[in-house]
Ligand binder design. Structure first.
Ligand code: F6R
Length: 587
């Protein structure tokens, strides 16, 4: 779960790569590094632990002359966060440099073998074996040495390699993302599209086991030893979408885009939606599978299907999905929900389902991601790039898609589109300056709390879960959600004088959830109501419109803003919470 980028072209590689790395930092920010094939004929490596903004200066990239280079930003898996473990890694002679995203499962065995042949290692990473493996095979020439080295790897990998006397970058992808960007002045190879969007919107998607040779003169792609043609697409994303603009953080920018992104999620090919509806109707067992926020969207989806379409759907955490494999058959339909399309647990679940003959529908936001290639059908979220590590606009888009599908299964597709479409202004107002100011005041009240509890019933319970995740991951305040009815079965013991409890109210469950809030209040709790109507119980009121089955799209938005304000007040970077990364490519 790192970010990699390579460039070969006419421009100064170090300048381009440092900019590209900045765009990739959301994928990991433990350390960063670049390797340039220097015009003087050697490989120059600069790398260091720390965030790019702290270490970028020390790279003094302007002094590195060369038009071919690779770079890496790391989320540590194997080996501590140290300079030595930062990528790029080199061979014994320092001639070959590699960057890697993924995990090499058999690295211990390979390392042992290489050490017995005299190779010496300088890091604790799994990735360093790749540089030494290429070195070991150099007798075959650089390209073949790379091919041989890559073929002995087990695990997941997107790798870029360069050598001091070769005018090319050699790459490979297996179960980790790698896309190519084709600009007039050069070629990019990177973990995602936004990293090179400033220079080109022409992209080439790669398949598993694609082996790439990128030179100034062009690109060659091989798969199973044969040259293959991969199409170059022009994508609709633009660089403005991938930049912060006037916003201080990507998180605020992305939350503010939700009025638009919710509408864009509705722009689906009707024929594909109808085909998927047929699949749902014919299936014997439907599963919604995801992790983290995507799982919360799945849970909301299962409530929505039950309520709107009267169809039973199982929502399962992707990491727990294997426990359901006994129930999978060729009549099962599994929806794999993942904004990044790269989450290892989700991809593992997809493969498990496919191995049982089940059909898989992918729901993702990232073009060219693994999920776009693994499913039998695909729904794109159309949210545009989401750079902040937290899911905000992609979460609401997922819930929108679930709602839209539920309406379609109920035979009310048009009605669903219309209802969701009518939310535009409400969503817009929820991220307005007035709303943000009010939530900033609430954040002042909550900033030094140790715990925040959140309760809801029905659809509002799924929102409480997602809101708790948002608050904890970005502000580091312990936040925990409970179904309102569960309070008296244990959690009430946690309430003491001043304990904050956020209560999600809907017209439908108003009296029950308010009586739960009363239970908290009478034990000294501080009640924050998320509701369309004021109530005497509330110590603080967050006013939201009542949207019935669309409440999950609406009620989460002020919670995202609150989480953001808490992070900012506590001096934290909302875009890069500690220990997290945007796409979680490890199990
Ligand atoms: C929370 C968050 C994570 C992701 C989870 C799954 O803000 O972003 O919980 O939702 O890691 O990621 P995807 O959707 O990429 O599979």
């Amino acid at each position: 779960m790192c970010g990699i980028i390579g460039y070969v072209g006419n421009r100064k590689a170090s300048t381009i790569l440092l900019k590209g790395l900045k765009n990739l930092e959301y994928r990991g920010y433990d350390s960063a590094g670049i390797a340039i094939k220097h015009t003087a004929g050697h490989t120059q490596v600069k790398k260091s632990a720390g965030k790019l903004e702290e270490i970028g200066q020390s790279f003094n990239s302007e002094s590195i002359e060369g038009n071919i280079g690779i770079a890496h930003t790391r989320w540590a898996t194997h080996g501590a966060v140290t300079d030595e473990n930062a990528h790029p890694h080199t061979d014994c002679e320092g001639k070959i440099a590699i960057v890697h995203n993924g995990i090499i499962d058999n690295y211990k065995e390979l390392k042992g073998r290489l050490i017995s042949k005299g190779h010496s290692f300088t890091s604790d990473t799994d990735s360093e074996v790749i540089a030494h493996l290429i070195e070991e095979n150099l007798g075959y020439g650089f390209e073949d040495a790379c091919m041989k080295a890559f073929s002995s790897l087990e695990g997941s990998y997107a790798i870029l390699a360069l050598k001091e006397d070769e005018d090319k970058i050699v790459g490979v992808r297996k179960d980790s993302p790698l896309v190519l960007g084709v600009a007039e002045h050069g070629i990019f190879l990177a973990s995602d599209i936004p990293s090179f969007l400033e220079w080109t919107n022409k992209v080439m998607y790669l398949s598993n086991y694609d082996f790439i040779i990128a030179e100034k003169g062009g690109i060659k792609v091989y798969n199973e030893g044969k040259e293959v043609l991969r199409q170059i697409d022009t994508i609709g994303w633009n660089i403005e979408e991938a930049k912060k603009g006037e916003f201080k953080h990507f998180m605020m920018k992305e939350m503010s885009e939700q009025a638009e992104t919710v509408m864009r999620a509705l722009l689906q090919d009707e024929n594909i939606v109808r085909d998927i509806v047929d699949e749902i109707n014919n299936a014997l067992g439907v599963f919604f599978v995801g992790c983290g926020s995507s799982y919360h969207a799945c849970l909301a989806g299962s409530y929505l299907f039950s309520r709107i379409a009267k169809v039973h759907v199982n929502s399962v955490l992707a990491s727990e999905f294997e426990n359901y494999e006994h129930f999978l058959t060729d009549r099962t339909l599994a929806f794999a929900v993942s904004q990044s399309g790269e989450t290892a647990d989700v991809l593992f679940a997809v493969r498990g389902a496919k191995s049982k003959g089940s059909k898989v529908v992918g729901i993702t936001n990232v073009l060219g991601s693994s999920l776009t290639m693994e499913g039998h059908a695909l729904i794109m979220m159309n949210s545009g790039p989401e750079i902040c590590v937290l899911s905000t606009k992609t979460y609401t888009s997922q819930v929108v898609l679930m709602t839209m599908l539920a309406y379609a299964v109920a035979g009310k597709y048009e009605e669903g589109l219309k209802k969701i479409g009518s939310l535009y202004l409400d969503i817009y107002n929820l991220t307005s300056r007035t709303m943000r100011d009010s939530l900033a005041k609430l954040a002042e009240i909550l900033r030094d709390k140790w715990d925040i509890y959140l309760i809801g019933r029905g659809l509002q319970y799924t929102t409480a879960l997602e809101a708790a995740l948002k608050i904890k991951e970005v502000s580091y305040i312990h936040a925990e959600a409970f179904a309102g009815g569960e309070l008296k079965h244990g959690p009430l013991a946690l309430i003491e004088d001043g304990t904050p409890c956020i209560v999600f109210v809907s017209a439908e469950n108003k009296s029950k959830i308010l009586s739960n809030a009363e239970e908290v209040k009478s034990r000294g709790g501080y009640i924050i109501g998320v509701s369309s109507e004021q109530d005497d119980l509330f110590d603080f009121w967050i006013k939201v419109p009542e949207a019935e089955e669309l409440n999950p799209i609406i009620q989460i938005i002020p919670m995202q803003v609150l989480a953001y304000e808490l992070a900012v007040l506590r001096g934290l970077d909302p875009d890069k919470p500690r220990n997290l990364a945007k796409s979680v490519t490890v199990i």
